[in-house]
Design a protein around this ligand. Structure first.
Ligand code: AMP
Length: 402
């Protein structure tokens, strides 16, 4: 079974063709700068030369045509005809309260995703463009929507309702939804398997997705019971360019004192804050770590703020679950920064967390990085959102239960 995974952004379209018999990607690529004169497709079929093609891509449908051309190219492609694709799985950011799992796409589903654009104006519309393009070009393949929010639909109301007038929730859907659900679900399931195989407890896990976006989830008995992101991905932890939790009264203060518009505020909290805002050096953790090592005070401060806030969330989620069996690090920083893992776990010894410094220092792949006598296991589990979407797609197509 071949599953094509599509992740459509506002000006890009990422894809991976996955062979479900061995769960390996046979081809992958990205169409980028869609809608501009510089649009191009980068494509790679496993074992063949990488190609980059300039293209005329006024919209996602045009971009999708280039994707299918590359996939079926006699020299650089992976298949001879699109009919070899069994199903297409689409990443959809916001499923609101409507979707607590993945679904086969039909006109009704598309309408709900479109209605939810109000909650995710930057994400759901391009996701829909990807769906629309794929449905038009490969009408016979089943198309499945896999939602970033779905895993978090098990969160109880006392954790997702804001202390605002209740009508804002009941009439306008303003509540915490959470994101990165596909990643949290994938690494939590993998961590539970690793722990169960060793006969270790796995009931209370905090999954730490630390990439350019950062979110943590409290996973109790395999279900999300709380997560750090909220109505939007800005809430919670410090990120590459997002600020995370703030005193909300800062917003009207900036508006009244300095004439900030709603758009200015949006830009400030999404694009100019986080690591970028504190350091002025950018949002790449490697650069921040290098600068801190070279004595840059603001880079060191940013690292401290970043990790301190992460430690607080781990403590809060342990309290929310009434225990802690494992901390799981994933995504670009979580998988590759021993320093961030070390600074995040520092001070959590009272909860039973003991990091094995030597193992941590060299770990970039799946591994237990805690000491033998650590009561709480600390794991690194690389995330693979494309594979998770492909598995969900295959499951829905086969009609199997979760
Ligand atoms: P992601 O959004 O998951 O792709 O993660 C992107 C983040 O991972 C960026 O901030 C990168 O700087 C960071 N990253 C990748 N490799 C490393 C590394 N070896 N050390 C520290 N940060 C890294």
């Amino acid at each position: 079974m071949l599953v094509l995974v599509v992740n459509a952004g506002s000006s890009s379209l990422k894809y991976q063709l996955i062979d479900m018999s061995n769960e390996q990607a046979v081809a992958k690529g990205i169409a980028e700068r869609i809608g501009t004169d510089e649009a191009q497709l980068k494509h790679e079929t496993t074992g063949k030369e990488k190609i980059t093609r300039k293209g005329v891509m006024p919209d996602h449908q045009a971009a999708m045509k280039y994707v299918f051309e590359a996939l079926t190219d006699a020299d650089f492609g992976a298949i001879s005809d699109v009919s070899e694709i069994t199903a297409i799985g689409h990443r959809v950011v916001h499923g609101g309260e409507h979707f607590s799992g993945s679904v086969a796409i039909n006109a009704e589903v598309t309408k709900v995703i479109s209605d939810l654009s109000q909650l995710a104006p930057l994400h759901n519309p391009p996701n829909l463009m990807g769906i629309d393009a794929a449905v038009k070009l490969v009408p016979d393949a089943p198309q499945i929507a896999v939602f970033d929010t779905a895993f978090h639909q098990s969160i109880p109301s006392h954790a997702y309702i804001y202390a605002l007038p209740y009508e804002l929730y009941s009439e306008h859907g303003i509540r915490r939804y959470g994101f990165h659900g596909t990643s949290h679900k994938y690494v939590a399931a993998r961590a539970r398997k690793m722990l169960d195989a060793r006969g270790l407890p796995s009931g209370c896990i905090v999954t730490c997705h630390i990439g350019n976006g950062v979110s943590f989830t409290a996973v109790k008995d395999g279900k999300s019971v709380d997560t750090s992101m909220g109505l939007t991905p800005v809430e919670g932890l410090v990120m590459g360019t997002r600020c995370g939790d703030l005193d909300p009264a800062i917003m009207p203060f900036l508006q009244k004192q300095f004439g900030y518009t709603a758009e200015d505020v949006d830009n400030l909290i999404n694009k100019k804050s986080g690591l970028q805002g504190i350091t002025g050096l950018g949002n790449d953790m490697r650069d921040i770590e290098d600068a801190a090592a070279a004595g840059n005070e603001r880079a060191l401060l940013a690292l401290r703020i970043f990790c301190y806030r992460q430690r607080k969330y781990i403590g809060a989620f342990a309290a929310a679950m009434g225990g802690l069996d494992a901390i799981v690090f994933t995504a670009g920083i979580g998988e590759h920064s021993p320093l961030v893992r070390e600074m995040t776990c520092e001070g959590l010894e009272f909860l039973g967390v003991k990091l094995n410094q030597e193992v941590n220092a060299e770990c970039h792949t799946e591994r237990d990085i805690s000491t033998d006598d650590s009561r709480v296991r600390v794991l690194v589990v690389p995330t693979n959102e494309e594979l998770a979407i492909a598995r969900e797609t295959a499951r829905v197509v086969s009609g199997a239960a979760e």
